[in-house]
Design a protein around this ligand. Structure first.
Ligand code: FE2
Length: 252
């Protein structure tokens, strides 16, 4: 099932998308933890899982689908800029003592400047984890849920591609689970289902900076290639099992 972001929000307001999934984190971080670009999955060879911005960062692990040049801008410049801006914005505010996901959740209605940067940091953390250079089919409970709710993994990928293609302007396409049922939704700018307490399984970035260097204006070709070759289904399966705690770190 897929719905537009506006329909998604209307359903959420009407209680048709479960508000009870919105939870407050039980314990804030101790002190101000500076936000950092994520530690990425160990399955990335040559280590994306290192300190951010280190010279040894292997930018080419997703080639040929996503080039090292794209990563050099997307990860090292765009993602870094959101991290830097967020750290500056929260300095000396109560948000400095909160975890990233809590800031996203609490600032969803404003202040927008903090939300936009926190949202973009969380969304990018989640995006990097949604990708894997090792293509593998969905397994177990996830595979059964996909079969039940979409008919097949191919149909789900079609729905995700459609969500990404039809997102007007910058944004994201998401696979989410609500009460165990899978659906696809797109969100604009820095928005995410997580910000509204909905469990995210996977995302694809459809901001132009995610694909323009490799695919120019061909967003559909970027989507079709990434969705066919890079989706991290084991990450999606982990996230499906965490539905009772949808507001959580993108990197746990
Ligand atoms: Fe991005």
């Amino acid at each position: 099932m897929r719905c537009s972001y506006s329909l998604f929000r209307r359903r959420l307001r009407r209680g048709r998308i479960c508000r009870h999934f919105i939870i407050v984190l039980d314990s804030p971080a101790k002190g101000h933890e500076r936000f950092a670009v994520p530690t990425l999955p160990k399955e990335y060879p040559n280590g994306l899982a290192i300190q951010p911005f280190a010279p040894a960062w292997a930018d080419d692990v997703l080639e040929p689908v996503i080039s090292a040049r794209t990563i050099s801008f997307h990860y090292h410049k765009h993602h870094k800029a959101y991290v830097t801006a967020l750290n500056g914005l929260v300095e000396g505010t109560p948000y400095a003592a909160m975890k990233l996901e809590e800031i996203v959740h609490k600032t969803h209605a404003g202040p927008k400047k903090i939300f936009n940067n926190a949202g973009q940091v969380w969304n990018h953390d989640f995006y990097w984890r949604s990708l894997s250079p090792k293509a593998a089919a969905p397994q177990g409970d996830l595979a059964r849920a996909i079969e039940r709710d979409f008919g097949s993994a191919a149909k789900l990928i079609e729905a995700l591609a459609d969500a990404g293609k039809t997102q007007f302007g910058s944004g994201w396409a998401w696979l989410v689970s609500i009460a165990g049922k899978l659906s696809v939704v797109n969100t604009p700018n820095a928005e995410s289902p997580m910000a509204q307490g909905v469990n995210c399984l996977l995302t694809v970035d459809v901001w132009e900076h995610a694909y323009y260097l490799d695919y120019q204006n061909e967003r559909p070709r970027y989507l079709e290639t990434v969705l066919a070759k890079l989706l991290n289904w084991s990450f999606a399966a982990e996230n499906l099992s965490k539905e009772s705690r949808p507001v959580r770190s993108a990197t746990e």
